[in-house]
Design a protein around this ligand. Structure first.
Ligand code: AP5
Length: 226
């Protein structure tokens, strides 16, 4: 199954994507995580991406599309994948169509994770992220067991640089201008499902899973882990 997670920064795409990934046994492809790991590794891509991310702008399409094209072609994506944070504008969406058409594939579900700006700002101001495995925590709703240490991998947990209030405002602006039009783009194709994520993390995951069940292609309706 191939899924796109759409939604504003901080709406909870990563938090619903991880459990879906283990239930469906398909990888999450997060363009944001790919850029962040390149920033940590001080690669050329990381150096370029950092400037855009620090300003709350989109990394240029040329770079982003080729990363996704290469990643989708890897063998662990053969059964499907979950795209988190891609596409983010109509150009990227049409490039994704081109990439998938070449491989005779299609997207089964676009899961639009919705949360009000007010709640997004609250959640992002208390978010912490593991610098090793990318697991997301929150001082209000999902704290680490030991301060600053990731429960999953023991990595260092810290505030994401682009979660500074000024940058969050700019990221939201970028979302409304460039990404939100994709909601209608995919609704018109009949593959959009929206979940309200103003609920607990567990409830958000349940809602996401239900949307996936409703969208499962017939040949997968007996998928054991769902
Ligand atoms: P990216 O890393 O994709 O960030 P984002 O889209 O801004 O989304 P976030 O990761 O901030 O939030 P999320 O929706 O995953 O929420 P989360 O689950 O963490 O992109 C970063 C940057 O990279 C972009 O600004 C851009 O510059 C660049 N980029 C990436 N993709 C690109 C592309 N395609 N093209 C060009 N540039 C690109 O949840 C947030 C917090 O809330 C967490 O603390 C979590 O624990 C908590 N939480 C989640 N759900 C709940 C709940 N139900 N109840 C309580 N707390 C919850």
């Amino acid at each position: 199954m191939r899924i796109i997670l759409l939604g504003a920064p901080g709406a909870g795409k990563g938090s619903v994507g991880r459990p879906l990934s283990s239930q469906l046994e398909i990888p999450v492809i997060s363009t944001g995580d790919i850029f962040r790991s390149n920033i940590s590794g001080r690669t050329k891509l990381g150096l370029t991406a950092k400037g855009y991310m620090d300003r709350g702008e989109l990394v240029p399409d040329g770079l982003t599309v080729s990363i996704v094209e290469d990643r989708i072609a890897q063998s662990d994506c053969a059964k499907g994948f979950i795209l988190d944070g891609f596409p983010r504008n109509t150009f990227q969406a049409s490039e994704l169509d081109r990439i998938l058409e070449k491989a005779n594939l299609k997207i089964d579900l676009v899961l639009n994770v919705h949360l009000s700006d007010e709640r997004i700002i609250q959640r992002l101001s208390s978010r912490m992220v593991c610098s090793s495995c990318g697991e997301s925590y929150n001082r209000m709703s999902k704290d680490t067991s030991m301060p600053g240490i990731c429960d999953l991998c023991g990595g260092r947990v810290s505030v994401r640089e682009d979660d500074a209030p000024e940058t969050v405002r700019k990221r939201l602006e970028t979302y409304y201008l460039q990404t939100m039009p994709l909601i209608d783009f995919y609704r018109e194709r009949g593959i959009l499902s929206t979940i309200d994520n103003d609920c607990t993390i567990e409830e958000g995951s349940k809602r996401a899973l239900e949307a996936v069940r409703n969208a499962l292609p017939d040949h997968m309706s007996g998928h054991g882990r769902l």
